[in-house]
Design a protein around this ligand. Structure first.
Ligand code: ZN
Length: 463
């Protein structure tokens, strides 16, 4: 009998990992890092309840680290099978996983210098070499059409509209001559957004795993163009700088696209924008190579005008270039990882910029419980960074107009597209309040059976 075990993303928004077993074979769907509070982060150091050497395959919904960032650890702990990903996801992982390793190595080195780590000596969860070993196991699966993994498992992707390459995975499990379909929503994007396509309507499924990040909230409906214009003019008028915790790929392009449009419409000045990342890249080429994943209409020739870059963009690759950003005293925008301020170079910018009330920190992504980003949103007056207390005097701004996740009404709109009710729906990838609010909403809108799985719980997937 087929079974599914929830190895992450239960009661939290990180660590997505679902083990599906059928006919003695084991398929892991997503392999994410736990992020956020300490209890969650410590899970990254635990042994998995099942030996990764016994897993046969991994298949990915999209490249974000909370869905892929555990892969180097999985391979280090004995996984030897292929990791299936579509071309855009594979390419993004080629950027993200080594970058994640470098950030962890930089953080460990910095912790050793500062003497504030709990490990002695401080260790990175994995190294760049180990990230490379995981990348060597990647195999491309086509973006469309059915893809057969084995006699037991085949998958079909449906565009989830969340980032380049993001998909909901329709997994068909065949055992003893009968088939069961499990749909993994992956992270769901939004409708009518710039750049990315709308989430595709879901196919029929026996079982559904649905994300619930914003299951208890709708996003503001005002235009991201107006919201950003207002923030930029307010902050620059008082001579402040804007720090945006974000990774260099994904939401950053939506921000850049909107900035560019606003600049061209002369609604905002051409501010310097610094992308501060060890692997800072100009990603326009990435979007040119993956036309199938977005609805931007531009060709290589047109990209000379570069709709995905503000006019005055600078990339800071080295630690030295990053440090030099500390000397800037005129209005600018600094984009730097990590997106929830859990680590990485953005911490140095926060130390430098938070004490000045002219500045602003713009939070555009979901901020998980236990992260510095969440503390800022909740009005913390002091933030502990690198073992020191930093005064928070800068303005903290949440711009959920730029969220890459469906809000509550958008999740319900997607669910309304099911041709028939799934027999059982599991809500994952949401904090407890979000998941239980969405559970109640689904039950009252559709009358479905909705379950909130807990960590390491298994369910039979009866045919
Ligand atoms: Zn995601």
């Amino acid at each position: 009998m087929a079974r599914i075990t929830f190895l992450g993303a239960t009661g939290c928004v990180t660590g997505s990992k679902y083990l599906v077993e059928a006919d003695g074979k084991r398929l892991l769907v997503d392999c994410g890092l736990f992020q956020g509070n300490k209890e969650l982060r410590l899970r990254n150091w635990d042994r998995l309840p099942e030996d990764p050497a016994q897993f046969d395959w991994v298949v990915l919904t999209h490249a974000h680290l909370d869905h892929t960032g555990y892969l180097p650890r999985l391979v280090r702990n004995g996984f030897r099978g292929p990791i299936f990903a579509n071309p855009a996801t594979r390419e993004l992982c080629g950027i993200l996983l080594p970058d994640s390793a470098r950030l962890q190595e930089e953080d460990a080195a910095h912790a050793e210098e500062g003497g504030y780590s709990k490990h002695k000596p401080p260790l990175p969860l994995y190294t760049e070499e180990e990230a490379q070993a995981a990348l060597d196991r990647f195999q491309e699966m086509p973006r469309t059409g059915p893809f057969t993994i084995s006699p037991q498992f085949s998958v079909r992707q449906h565009d989830a509209g969340h980032i380049l390459g993001s998909a909901s995975l329709e997994l068909t499990i065949t055992e003893n001559g009968s088939s069961t379909v499990v749909l993994f929503s992956g992270d769901l994007g939004r409708y009518d957004q710039p750049i990315l396509k709308d989430p595709e309507p879901p196919p029929r499924a026996d079982f559904l795993l649905c994300e619930s990040t914003y299951g208890d909230r709708d996003h503001p409906t005002d235009s991201p163009f107006d919201a950003l214009t207002e923030v930029i003019s307010r902050v620059t008028k008082r001579g402040g700088m804007i720090v945006i915790p974000a990774f260099a790929v994904g939401r950053t392009q939506t921000l850049m696209y909107v900035l560019r449009q606003l600049e061209d419409a002369q609604r905002i000045p051409h501010l310097p924008v610094y992308i501060d990342s060890p692997m800072a890249i100009s990603v326009t080429d990435l979007y040119l190579r993956h036309h199938e994943d977005h609805d931007l209409q531009f060709s290589r020739e047109e990209s000379a005008g570069d709709p995905l870059n503000a006019h005055n963009v600078h990339l800071a690759r080295t630690a030295e270039e990053s440090k030099q950003l500390n000397n800037i005293n005129t209005p600018c925008i600094i984009i730097s990882a990590s997106g929830m301020a859990t680590g990485g170079r953005v911490l140095f910018h926060l130390v430098r910029r938070l004490p000045d009330p002219r500045n602003a920190v713009l939070l555009a992504g979901f901020q998980a419980e236990g992260t510095r980003g969440r503390a800022l949103l909740e009005g913390a007056k002091i933030l502990r960074i690198h073992g020191e207390d930093v005064l928070v005097r800068a303005e903290i701004i949440e711009l959920r107009q730029f969220s890459a996740h469906a809000g509550r009404a958008e999740i319900l709109r997607w669910l309304a597209g099911f041709p028939a009710p799934p027999r059982q729906t599991f809500l994952v990838h949401g904090e407890p309040a979000a998941a239980s609010t969405l559970q109640a909403a689904i039950q009252s809108h559709f009358g479905w059976l909705v379950t909130l799985p807990v960590y390491l719980q298994s369910y039979d997937l009866n045919t």
